[in-house]
Write a protein that binds this ligand. Structure first.
Ligand code: SF4
Length: 158
């Protein structure tokens, strides 16, 4: 989630704050979502983040700098996804990427620990990419992370 998406949920649902890992420029929920009921209903449906609004459409890979979007094979309702759903998911993903890139730029301009936080974030989200850049000199590492976030902003979705 972006910080803005996180605030939207966390101010209403303290359980979200308890499950959150806050990187400053992005927030992750680890483990089962605390808003999901036993019947799989969502207690925060009206306020849910874009990644939840897109589902079951997910980013399944990348073609150059473009995200490839498709129904998640893990969802039993994946067969009901329409071209319109995919189009809406692309729009939401583009919005998410732009907001995340903005959030990163703001955070890195004001926080000396931004680079380390970005490494922690990438280690959790994209371990292969993180371990590939971890041994680099800090200047190179900063540019890898910068490129990662500026590429997010450019992704159009396919
Ligand atoms: S839609 Fe999102 S916020 Fe709601 S229960 Fe599912 S994962 Fe949690």
């Amino acid at each position: 989630m972006t910080p803005a998406e996180y605030r939207e949920l966390a101010t209403r649902f303290p359980a979200i704050a308890a499950a959150a890992i806050d990187y400053g420029f992005a927030v992750e929920i680890h483990g089962p979502c605390p808003l999901m009921g036993d019947d799989h209903s969502c207690a925060g449906y009206e306020h849910r983040a874009r990644v939840c609004r897109m589902f079951p459409v997910t980013v399944t890979g990348h073609d150059g700098s473009d995200a490839v979007m498709a129904p998640s094979p893990s969802c039993p309702n994946a067969g009901t996804v329409t071209p319109r759903d995919i189009k809406e998911a692309r729009r939401l993903n583009k919005e998410y990427n732009a907001e995340m890139a903005r959030s990163w730029n703001e955070y890195r301009a004001t926080h000396p620990d931004a680079e380390q936080m970005a490494v922690n974030f990438l280690a959790s989200r994209e371990p292969a990419r993180s371990s590939a850049c971890a041994p680099d000199a800090s200047k190179t590492l900063a540019s890898v992370i910068d490129r990662y976030f500026s590429n997010l902003a450019k992704r159009k979705g396919k």
